[in-house]
Design a protein around this ligand. Structure first.
Ligand SMILES: [Zn+2]
Length: 80
C-alpha cells in the first residue's frame, strides 16, 4: 500500500513537471514577424461612394464628374 502511494506521488510530480515544461516551451516560442507586404499593395486608399456612402478601395472605384462612385449605376444616378 505504501508503494502505491509513492508511485502515485511520483506520477503526480511527473505530470506537473511535464505540464510546466510544455507551458515554458510554448511561452519561449519565437513570435513570427508579420509577413512582408508586396510593394504597391501596402497602401490602399479607401474612398466613399457619393450616392450610397459605401467604402471601397480607390482602385475599384469609378470616378465621375461630381465625385467617386462604387458602381456605374450610382455614377449614372448622380449625373441625372
Ligand atoms: Zn454607391
Amino acid at each position: 500500500m505504501k508503494y502505491l502511494l509513492v508511485m502515485a506521488l511520483v506520477l503526480v510530480v511527473f505530470w506537473i513537471w511535464r505540464n510546466n515544461r510544455d507551458t515554458e516551451r510554448r511561452d519561449a516560442a519565437p513570435v513570427r514577424p508579420p509577413a512582408p507586404q508586396k510593394p504597391g499593395t501596402a497602401i490602399t486608399e479607401i474612398v466613399a461612394c457619393e450616392v450610397c456612402g459605401v467604402h471601397l478601395p480607390k482602385t475599384e472605384a469609378l470616378i465621375g464628374s461630381k465625385g467617386i462612385y462604387c458602381s456605374e449605376a450610382h455614377r449614372r444616378q448622380a449625373r441625372d
